[in-house]
Design a protein around this ligand. Structure first.
Ligand code: BLA
Length: 493
């Protein structure tokens, strides 16, 4: 489903979210020169003297040993003005970035990670499918963090998110099954979330703390905060959270094969901070979940492919036993339809058409076949062919078409058809109203109330396994047709 286009969203893509030149105020940050480990910048919530004193307390040998482009690691506690602070550090191309928070926040110890592996992982491993994995993750996330709303959502091919599972407290609106438009999370933010898989915004009402540079020639906007936990987040996103009534948010990336598959996203109406051990457990949970989803999806693909390959072999053996003409395919309708999960199919050979099941009229099939042949593709698929096939007017009847082209010379195709399935898509807020740009700036939409869109004219999508299966059938058919031609030539000579 695709919401209608709103105002120019390229503005969202231009926001320099990795180099905001500011941090959130719930901690302190030092930027050190990667070579000398001298302070080159600090968050303005420390004075120069405090920054120097904190730097002196740091285990410099540990900092010098950091390798670039890794997530922050704990480097120990320091004492500053009678307060114990715990420090984490990571290295960027130019700098070592050290972040501090009150050590008291660590009181939960490392316990959460143990319960995760002892209780949660075994349950995860028993889940039957992705929906069940998501439900378990939402439940565990709620238990770990106590946030008022915990969601697991997945992105579709167009980047829209769909909520797969939810755990909410009383007083929270349900987003279960809702869709969120792709424009809620710009592409550059998605790229960042593949690298940096955990974000916590304890209080969206915060005032950013600017970075102050102490080294000549260094500008706050030149300091890469991609991996910094305290990175100040986009003001557009803070506005989004306020519109949603979310004061604290946390999100954990679900990354599969280097791609942002989805997010675990948590909201709270109040400000909320979490101990480091809980944050690490959440991050770890995102990784466990990603591995399990990846395994489930891979298994599913393998068994689906095996099943479809069996059907392909069945079809091919029928053909090679018979006279070898492709028209025979429609005389075994069950496997032919099952191969593509279709309700109708046709074989087209120049002016001739053979069909089975629910199909358009022969003239429409011919027009469509001619148009598809003209594209010069081996495989063609569409879930709303009426929208793309303009010449001769839209095709009546089926919405979805999958076709393989057997010959480059002849109009020689096998086509499968699927009916329209009217879908209702529930969006969290009307995506057509997002975003607004009345003052020249982009704003996120104001309402997240359910808005139902009816999508018509589309069939169920053709899956990757189905496309692969018909591609395999195509190869086999080409072989059969060639052999048949040779046999005929031999008989003739
Ligand atoms: C970031 N937008 C985000 C993030 C989420 C969402 C989860 C990641 C930040 C975080 O972890 O908190 C959106 N939040 C959601 C969605 C749900 C949710 C879909 O809870 C579903 C339940 N946002 C807009 C528009 C723009 C925009 C129009 O609505 C365009 C400028 C921008 N969103 C935007 C930006 C970020 C963002 C720039 C990056 C924030 C950052 O990391 O600095």
């Amino acid at each position: 489903p695709a919401p209608s286009p709103g105002p120019d969203l390229s503005l969202c893509e231009q926001e320099p979210i990795r180099i905001p030149g500011a941090i959130q105020p719930h901690g302190w940050l030092l930027v050190l020169d990667a070579q000398t480990l001298a302070v080159v910048a600090r968050g303005a919530n420390w004075s120069p003297a405090q920054a120097l004193q904190a730097q002196r307390e740091l285990p410099l040998a540990a900092l010098a040993a950091l390798t670039p482009d890794t997530a922050p690691v704990m480097v120990g506690d320091i004492a500053l003005e009678a307060q114990r602070l715990s420090a984490t550090a990571h290295r960027t191309a130019q700098h070592v970035i050290v972040e501090f928070e009150p050590a008291a926040l660590r009181e939960a110890g490392e316990a959460p990670i143990y319960s995760l592996s002892r209780i949660f992982l075994p349950r995860l491993q028993q889940a039957a499918d992705v929906a069940e994995l998501a439900a378990l993750a939402a439940e565990e996330m709620k238990r770990l963090t106590g946030f008022g709303r915990c969601l697991v959502y997945r992105f579709d091919e167009a980047g829209h998110g769909q909520v797969l599972a939810e755990q909410i407290d009383e007083g929270y609106d349900s987003y279960s099954g809702h869709h969120f438009p792709a424009s809620d999370i710009p592409q550059q933010a998605r790229e960042l979330y593949v690298l940096n898989q955990f974000r916590l915004i304890p209080d969206a009402h915060y005032t950013p703390v600017p970075l102050v540079c102490e080294a000549a020639g260094l500008k706050p906007e030149a300091i890469d905060l991609s991996q910094a936990q305290l990175r100040s987040v986009s003001p557009v996103h803070l506005e989004y959270m306020r519109h949603m009534g979310t004061r604290a948010s946390m999100s954990v990336s679900i990354v599969i094969d280097g791609r942002l598959w989805g997010l675990i996203s948590c909201h709270d109406h109040g400000a909320r901070h979490l101990p480091g051990a809980v944050r690490r457990a959440c991050e770890h949970m995102g990784q466990l979940l990603a591995l399990q989803i990846q395994a489930k999806e891979a298994n599913q693909r393998v068994s689906e492919r095996l099943e479809l390959r069996k059907i392909t072999l069945e079809l091919v053996s029928h053909l090679s036993e018979g006279d070898g003409t492709l028209a025979r395919l429609v005389r075994e309708p069950a496997p032919l339809l099952k191969l593509a999960h279709a309700t109708g199919a046709a074989v087209v050979l120049d002016d001739q058409v053979w069909t089975t099941g629910e199909v358009p009229g022969h003239d429409d099939i011919q027009a469509l076949a001619q148009w598809i042949s003209g594209l010069g593709r081996e495989i063609y698929d569409s879930r709303s062919v009426a929208h793309v096939h303009a010449p001769g007017g839209p095709v009546r009847g089926p919405a979805g078409v999958l076709a393989i082209s057997i010959s480059q010379v002849h109009r020689h195709l096998v086509m499968w058809f699927r009916p329209e399935v009217v879908q209702t898509v529930t969006w969290a807020g009307d995506p057509r109203k997002a975003p607004m740009a009345t003052d020249g700036r982009i704003h996120p939409r104001r309402s997240f109330a359910s808005w139902v869109e009816h999508v018509s004219g589309q069939s169920e999508p053709w899956t990757e396994s189905q496309r692969l299966a018909v591609a395999e059938l195509r190869q086999a058919l080409i072989g059969i047709v060639l052999r048949r031609a040779e046999e005929l030539a031999a008989v003739a000579s």
